[in-house]
Design a protein around this ligand. Structure first.
Ligand code: FAD
Length: 529
């Protein structure tokens, strides 16, 4: 019979089994002869005391007993080449996990993706980084794996209860992610590993009879009063074709503005939803380590430290978002003429920089100048800020920036600290470029963060414009139990772009939920019986 115990372990002893057994005996009061096989099932860092340490939850088997490994999910997948087809628009986490789930449920997914596969996509990213050229179909948001591929690869979510979190992690491991993600309290993959994981997932989909069509963009649709009837798709080489399917899962992400406009043109009901906007702030990582761990040079096994900050300013939330310890700031625009930044990291998280989005909840009063855009007022607001940042620059992806202390004092910086942002930064009056309601709250917010985290408010940090794609400003409504659009039952809004997820894992779980809803609906149709 296995016991489960929580123990503290010094960072240097993290991978030392003898030290772990000693800790179980000393801290758990176990008799040495009673400790059989051990396995760590949960791992977190406690940095509250003077010396950071790991907290491990460990299962201990009785001598002679062993733990049985879980059966791989992939073994349960069958062949679906002859099954009813379900079109999935978007090969991000929502679309890919929906596809795997559909296969498990005996349906054939056809993923339509405007971008390129992970290999080809690298070239597009190089063009953005080095020449400031943004391909509207292949960039940090669009392409195989969606916005999650060249990202920070953080896998935690606040919506654990919204789906099968453990299954999603297990599937990532079965496709090549490191098994540590199954036990870490804050699991993370990293952009050097994610492309391979994503490509393996695509191979699974294809091997079981599904399809993934890259360089295919949904440009129109056909509907009648009752339902959606077909998609119109344009290929990279200029051809167009129609695709009819049993169901249509729209998993196009928060940056597919053309899809919102397309749905609107066809009278598909959508609604405005809350979102946030701000800047990305980059500190030297050793400074954050010193604040969080009391160590400028981290001891062995301690990962780059992170932070999470939140405050209220003038009745609105100001908060850090998508923190990337040991990460890089990247240009995440999806069209020429705009500046959008985001953060990513490699699995070792060993860059000398720490960055995080720092954003303010956008409210109706910010959107008043854009009221003529109706439900798209939020989109117009986002776009206006992104374009203002671009216009302030030199026509490349160099981003406007300010030292953090100058930012709060409304001063133009003479020069800027070193940065991880490859296209480069230029000093700019962000206090003038940002909408007043956003700037004044950020101004007070960062000072308050400095009070909460001594050392945070420093001239050595860069404030970079603009962090505008935090979530979708539009929601595509759906029924709570069938996941169908209320007026078009074969349209299944899914993932972040539809307003039901905020991050890789929550999008993945939403994809799984939607796939199950599709399968239930197909099973209930008379022809399926
Ligand atoms: P997306 O991933 O946006 O995928 C949508 C897909 O639809 C895209 O591939 C797009 O090309 C395709 N598409 C759009 N329009 C069309 C069309 N007309 N026809 C065909 N295809 C179309 N989240 C985390 O949880 N952790 C992180 O560490 C993290 N870091 C990030 C770093 C960066 C740089 C970025 C940009 C995002 C990051 N995110 C992170 C957010 C995360 O990537 C998204 O929340 C997640 O990818 C949303 O998944 P999705 O499947 O709903 O949509």
């Amino acid at each position: 019979m296995a016991k489960s115990l929580e123990i503290k372990v010094a960072p240097a002893d993290l991978h030392n089994e003898a030290a772990l057994r000693q800790a179980l005996i000393r801290q758990g009061g176990l008799a040495p002869a009673s400790v059989g096989e051990v396995r760590v099932v949960r791992r977190s860092i406690d940095a509250r005391s003077s010396r950071p340490h790991f907290l491990l939850r460990v299962d201990v088997a009785a001598p002679g007993e062993t733990f049985t490994p879980e059966a791989p999910y992939l073994e349960s997948l069958g062949e679906v080449a002859e099954a009813p087809a379900v079109a999935i628009i978007g090969c991000g986490p929502a679309g890919m996990f929906a596809a795997l789930e559909l296969i498990e449920l005996g349906l054939r997914p056809i993923i339509i993706e405007r971008g390129k596969d992970v290999q080809e996509r690298r070239r597009s990213l190089r063009a953005i980084q080095q020449f400031g050229e943004v391909d509207p179909n292949s960039n940090y948001c669009f392409g195989e794996g969606g916005a999650g591929t060249y990202s920070d690869g953080k896998l935690y979510t606040r919506s654990l209860k919204r789906g099968n979190y453990q299954k999603a992690l297990q599937l990532l491991v079965e496709h090549g992610a490191q098994p540590d993600i199954l036990i870490d309290a804050h699991p993370h993959i990293g952009s050097n590993k994610l492309p391979k994981v994503v490509a393996n997932m695509r191979e699974t989909i294809v091997a079981h009879g599904g399809e993934v069509r890259f360089g295919h963009r949904v440009i129109d649709l056909e509907r009648d009063a009752q339902d959606l009837r077909a998609l119109v798709i344009a290929t990279e080489n200029g051809e167009t074709y129609r695709l009819s399917a049993t169901a249509y899962i729209f998993a196009t992400g928060h940056s597919a503005r053309d899809i919102y406009h397309l749905l609107h043109r066809h009278g598909v009901r959508m609604e405005a939803k809350p979102f946030a906007l701000g800047v990305r702030i980059e500190h030297p990582q050793p400074l954050i380590d010193e604040i969080q761990y009391g160590q400028r040079e981290r001891e062995e096994n301690l990962p780059a430290s992170s932070y999470k900050l939140v405050t209220q300013v003038q009745e609105r939330g100001v908060f850090s978002f998508c923190m990337c310890p040991g990460g890089l700031v990247v240009p995440a625009a999806t069209a020429p003429g705009e500046i959008v930044v985001n953060g990513m990291s490699l699995s070792r998280r060993d860059s000398p920089y720490a960055n995080s989005g720092t954003v303010v909840a956008v409210e109706m009063e910010d959107l008043l100048p854009y009221a003529s855009h109706g439900i798209f007022a939020g989109l117009a607001f986002q776009q206006a800020v992104e374009q203002a940042m671009f216009v302030a620059g030199d026509g490349t992806q160099r981003a406007p920036a300010s030292r953090l202390t100058d930012f709060a004092r409304q001063k133009l910086s003479h020069d800027l600290p070193a940065t991880s942002y490859i296209p480069g930064l230029f000093p700019a009056p962000l206090h003038e470029l940002l909408p007043a309601g956003i700037y004044t709250r950020l101004q007070e917010g960062v000072k308050d963060f400095g009070r909460k985290m001594r050392g945070y408010f420093t001239a050595e940090a860069n404030v970079i414009g603009t962090e505008s794609r935090t979530s979708s400003p539009v929601r595509i409504p759906r029924d709570r139990s069938t996941y169908q659009h209320p007026e078009l039952p074969s349209l299944y809004p899914c993932g972040e772009g539809a307003g039901y997820a905020g991050g890789i894992l929550s999008a993945a779980m939403d994809g799984q939920n939607v796939a199950r809803a599709v399968a239930a609906s197909v099973a209930a149709q008379p022809s399926a019986k």
